[in-house]
Design a protein around this ligand. Structure first.
Ligand code: BT5
Length: 324
């Protein structure tokens, strides 16, 4: 099938300016015209658009804007992350797919990438808007041999990797807002959702969900998030390759993850603090048990945010929404 697909695409490539008749294609592929029609139908499903003109034949008028798994694989410089790529056109949530794969025994480094999420998730049942062909909607399965209380650190590792990848691919400066937002010029470009499957004393798997807004235009967002969201293309004023973002992100993430497994959280913490916006500033942390206002001092070695209130009392924040 993929050989035929290649031949077909080659034929269309060499006939870019004119039409290719069904018979010509059939001769080229050594198959029937019905089979030709089927192959064209398959390409159509992948996102190619054809113009069909009677007595002339077919012409490709638009190519898919997909991140095809091969495009990610080709040029990927990692050892573990992305060793298995689970690619889907459309899913509820890549988290859901990854949870199932992890339960079924998927190995560390398996990634799930989708072109679109129908019900992308944020934290606490919030929605993550994931329109088709525009962003990186990805979940990474990790299996660190660590106790469950260290899982939050992995969110912070992911945030550092995202900032580094954005900087390397686009040259844009991104910043981290504790715990899981990556912002450019104060607007959210990335959200991270780390979930885990664990026993009482050990992590079984981490499902690291990363959503990066890459090629959206502002009008692609629902009105309510237009004031708070941005994309790499909006900031850079040009289209960015999603495959390149994924490759660079997996590379940075693998390096940081290995550093973390070998040397603990300390070196990550230093990097994280260097990219964080809130450290040293007065912020408001809305937690489930109430709101605390104070100065963000830093994060602990566990990845917990430290806030000092006006009375000088230090609070450890495990989970909250931060207003700057
Ligand atoms: C997050 O939650 O920021 C975590 C988002 C994780 C998304 C990835 S994509 C791959 C994987 N599969 C999933 O289903 N999820 C993960 P939170 O901090 O709760 O922020 C959610 C809030 O961000 C929403 O309530 C909106 O206000 C805003 N938001 C939603 N979609 C957005 C987008 N595309 N860009 C910027 N902000 C958005």
């Amino acid at each position: 099938e993929s050989e035929i697909r290649k031949k077909l695409l080659n034929a269309f490539t060499t006939h870019q300016d004119d039409y290719l008749s069904g018979q010509a294609i059939a001769d080229l592929l050594g198959c029937s015209r019905t089979a030709v029609w089927k192959h064209i139908e398959n390409l159509r499903k992948e996102g190619f658009e054809f113009e069909a003109v009677r007595r002339k034949g077919y012409r490709i008028v638009a190519t898919p804007k997909k991140v095809i798994a091969d495009e990610i694989r080709y040029g990927l410089k990692t050892n573990i992350l992305g060793s298995h790529i689970h690619y889907e056109e459309s899913v509820d949530s890549t988290q859901k797919v990854a949870h199932q794969l992890a339960t079924d025994g998927a190995c560390e480094g398996t990634i799930v990438v989708a072109e679109e999420q129908i019900s992308g998730r944020g934290r606490m049942d919030r929605k993550w808007i994931s329109p088709k062909y525009t962003g990186v909607w990805m979940s990474v399965i990790l299996r660190p041999q660590l106790p469950p209380h260290r899982a939050p650190q992995l969110t912070l590792i992911a945030a550092v990797a995202v900032v580094q990848a954005i900087e390397e691919v686009t040259g844009l400066t991104a910043e981290i807002k504790w715990p899981n937002d990556v912002l450019i010029n104060g607007k959210k470009v990335t959200g991270i959702l780390t979930e885990m499957q664990a026993d009482a004393d050990r992590i079984v798997s981490i499902i690291m969900g990363i959503g990066i807004n890459v090629n959206q235009k502002l009008e692609d967002y629902p009105e309510e998030i237009q004031p708070i969201a941005t994309s790499l293309a909006i900031e850079k004023k040009e289209e960015i390759s999603r495959a390149q973002i994924i490759q660079t992100l997996l590379f940075k993430l693998e390096k940081l993850y290995q550093l973390y497994l070998q040397n603990g959280f300390q070196p990550i913490r230093i990097l994280w603090e260097s990219y964080a916006i809130s450290i040293g500033k007065n912020i408001k942390a809305r937690t489930l048990s109430g709101t605390i206002v104070g100065k963000a001092i830093g994060i602990t070695d566990e990845g917990i945010l430290l806030l000092e209130d006006e009375a000088g009392v230090r609070h450890q924040i495990y989970s909250a929404d931060i207003d700057l």
